[in-house]
Design a protein around this ligand. Structure first.
Ligand SMILES: Nc1ncnc2c1ncn2[C@@H]1O[C@H](COP(=O)(O)OP(=O)(O)OP(=O)(O)O)[C@@H](O)[C@H]1O
Ligand SMILES: [Mg+2]
Length: 537
């Protein structure tokens, strides 16, 4: 037990990064509310430096920095969990790199490291990645961008290594007001409005409602592939495009540049809990974007009775962040397994969580997702490192299709046979026709997730997952189908409620049944019944 306690002692995470510890780093904290130019300033410094790395919270942001930096004439490569791109080629890596925060190499020496959205170190699941970047970036200058709430904790985390934090404060570049009353009705929707929902179901419901008022919105939610998100964002941003309303989940909370004038909270609760005030502020802060047609922003609610709550939430002072996330590293789990050779991986994780010790200012990130993946592949015989890698992959296994594919990938891996594209195709048995119902659209999203998982694993085990190129091409095709699906489903609902529904199945009937007026339902039902009769004859 004493040995186990020693191994799981996480009290001195500073010591995990020897390359950073030999540098006397200068730390700059660009602190301010949303839309205040923090990232803009830090990126300027990044580009001016001889060598630099940018660590962003999302693939989309890493891609945006990659594209923009190259456009500005500074060669920049990109690394995300699933992809490596080079400004030139892999024989000539650039001096600048844009990456997702989890991918930062703590042994790569650079002049400037930018760590964006540093307040994310409080995140229950991903917080460890920001803590690791903060303590481990081997850079002369570390530029942090984020909320004021993170200043104290950052100072406390670097104090033991004698590093000083210089805070640069920013003010919001545009005005943000909270409306006096909630909207109440859909007919008050205007150009530049973004309705924020907290579930896919309410996204569909809201689009349907807007349809009744002849509005065809752009739609963005987390499960959509990046290029669909970008396509929808571009459509909404384009002043020439007739689409001027956006319906989105809080997936827009970070990163995308959107010309939003007014944020309308469809509700203020995720499942049953009110959203925390820092999240509400992040989302509300999306309204009004410096340098766009809608420089001044407004935040409001869909339901009139919610406006008071919104005002209360936004008025609450943001509590300074008290602790930063940490997670067990592979080395620690491996040493644990030497001491407990009989224990299953799930048991190792549970033991680690039970005995590990932390100092003040840290908390241990939840390993729920990792544990769920570990449970699925527990009976499969895999080396510890492979099992660990499978379990830290970012796959969502809430759906049967993704869960089954995950298990089959692990099983195939354990037999030593390569996971080729042909094999993957036989597992997925994809229906690649353009989706006509939301269920079919969701199925395509699942295919896309499995392909992303393949790409993620193939970066780590290229010999066992050799068909990266072909899977990437295929995933782009699926992405395209999803994009068309989002467009077409909305189009079908808006332009002509009858069109296209003749060929759809009972699934679409289920969707139509939910919030529609009775008359419309009778018409659709009659036509569908007629269609079935004709088909059977
Ligand atoms: N000095 C500047 N000159 C021109 N454009 C600027 C300047 N500062 C910021 N911007 C533009 O204003 C917008 C907001 O800036 P930025 O993204 O840096 O804000 P932020 O504080 O990082 O916001 P968030 O918290 O949402 O990440 C961007 O489109 C950026 O290009
Ligand atoms: Mg920013």
């Amino acid at each position: 037990m004493d040995d186990l306690r020693l191994i799981s002692d996480l009290k001195h995470p500073h010591n995990w990064y020897p390359d950073a510890r030999v540098i006397q780093r200068k730390i700059f904290f660009h602190a301010g509310p949303t839309n205040s130019g923090k990232t803009f300033s830090a990126l300027k410094r990044f580009r001016e430096a001889k060598t630099g790395v940018y660590c962003g919270p999302l693939k989309l942001l890493a891609a945006e920095v990659f594209t923009r930096t190259n456009e500005l004439g500074v060669a920049c490569d990109m690394v995300t969990g699933e992809e490596r791109r080079y400004a030139v080629d892999n024989l000539h890596p650039s001096a600048h790199l844009s990456s997702t925060v989890e991918m930062l190499s703590t042994t790569m020496r650079v002049d400037v490291a930018v760590i964006d959205e540093i307040q994310m170190l409080r995140d229950e699941q991903r917080g460890w990645a920001w803590t690791r970047a903060l303590l481990g970036a081997a850079a002369d200058e570390v530029h942090l961008c984020g909320e004021f709430a993170a200043i104290d904790i950052v100072k406390k985390l670097v104090a033991p290594i004698g590093e000083h934090v210089e805070v640069i404060e920013y003010e919001r570049k545009s005005k943000l007001t909270i409306a006096n009353e909630g909207l109440g009705k859909y007919d008050k929707i205007e150009n530049g409005d973004c309705i924020v929902c907290f579930s896919k179901k309410s996204i569909y419901y809201t689009t349907k409602k807007l349809d009744e008022y002849g509005i065809k919105p752009a739609v963005i939610y987390g499960d959509l592939p990046p290029s669909t998100k970008l396509g929808q964002a571009a459509k909404f941003n384009d002043p020439e495009d007739p689409c001027n309303v956006l319906v989105a989940t809080d997936a827009i909370g970070m990163g995308l540049n959107l010309n939003i004038r007014r944020i309308i909270f469809n509700s203020l609760a995720r499942q049953t809990e009110l959203i925390p005030n820092y999240q509400a502020l992040q989302i509300a802060g999306r309204a009004g974007r410096y340098g766009t047609a809608y420089a001044d922003g407004i935040a409001t609610t869909m339901r009139k009775e919610d406006i008071g709550t919104l005002k209360e939430i936004l008025a609450e002072p943001i509590q300074p962040i008290k602790a930063a996330g940490l997670a067990p590293t592979f080395d620690q789990i491996e040493t644990f397994s030497f001491h407990l050779p009989q224990a299953s991986f799930v048991r190792l994780l549970d033991m680690f969580m039970a005995v590990c010790s932390l100092s003040d200012h840290f908390f241990i990130c939840t390993v729920q997702e990792m544990r769920a993946l570990a449970e699925m592949i527990e009976p499969i015989n895999l080396p510890l490192k492979v099992r660990y890698t499978f379990c830290v992959s970012p796959l969502n296994i809430d759906h049967k299709l993704t869960a089954t594919a995950f298990v089959r990938m692990a099983r195939r891996f354990s037999t030593g046979s390569p996971l080729t594209y042909d094999w993957l195709e036989s597992v997925l048995q994809m229906n690649e026709s353009p989706p006509k119902t939301f269920e079919q659209l969701a199925e395509l999203e699942r295919y896309y997730e499995v392909m992303e998982e393949y790409l993620w694993l193939s970066l780590r085990f290229p010999d066992m997952l050799p068909d990266e190129e072909i899977v990437r091409l295929k995933s782009k095709e699926i992405d395209q189908l999803i994009e068309e699906g989002v467009e077409n489903l909305l189009l079908l609902m808006t332009d002509n409620p009858m069109q296209g529904k003749l060929v759809s199945s009972f699934d679409s009937l289920k969707v139509q049944l939910v919030p529609d007026s009775f008359g419309k339902f009778i018409r659709i039902f009659t036509i569908q019944a007629l269609f079935l009769v004709l088909k059977n004859r």
